[in-house]
Design a protein. Structure first.
Length: 87
């Protein structure tokens, strides 16, 4: 895998926190940041996908509601599960 170099400015506190967490994970800054970014990007992608699915579901529900309103109420005929009549 080809690696690129990036320079990032961090506050002193964030740098201290980064160093402390990297030490706890027994890794270095670069590896820790790379793993954190991979997880962050994946979470953002999942969040967008879930939001897209939610919007699609809402749109489908809205269309179904509009269709149900247009068709009116329907009831099953007594004695026949597959027959319906408009009311």
């Amino acid at each position: 895998m080809v690696m690129g170099r990036v320079n990032v400015c961090l506050t002193g506190k964030l740098l201290d926190d980064l160093d402390a967490e990297a030490k706890k994970e027994k890794t270095n800054r670069s590896a820790f940041i790379q793993t954190a970014l991979e997880k962050y990007i994946e979470a953002k992608r999942r969040g967008r996908e879930e939001e897209d699915k939610r919007k699609q579901t809402q749109e489908a529900s809205r269309k179904m509601d509009a269709l149900a309103k247009k068709l009116g109420n329907w009831n099953l005929r007594q004695g026949s599960e597959n027959s319906v009549i408009p009311t």
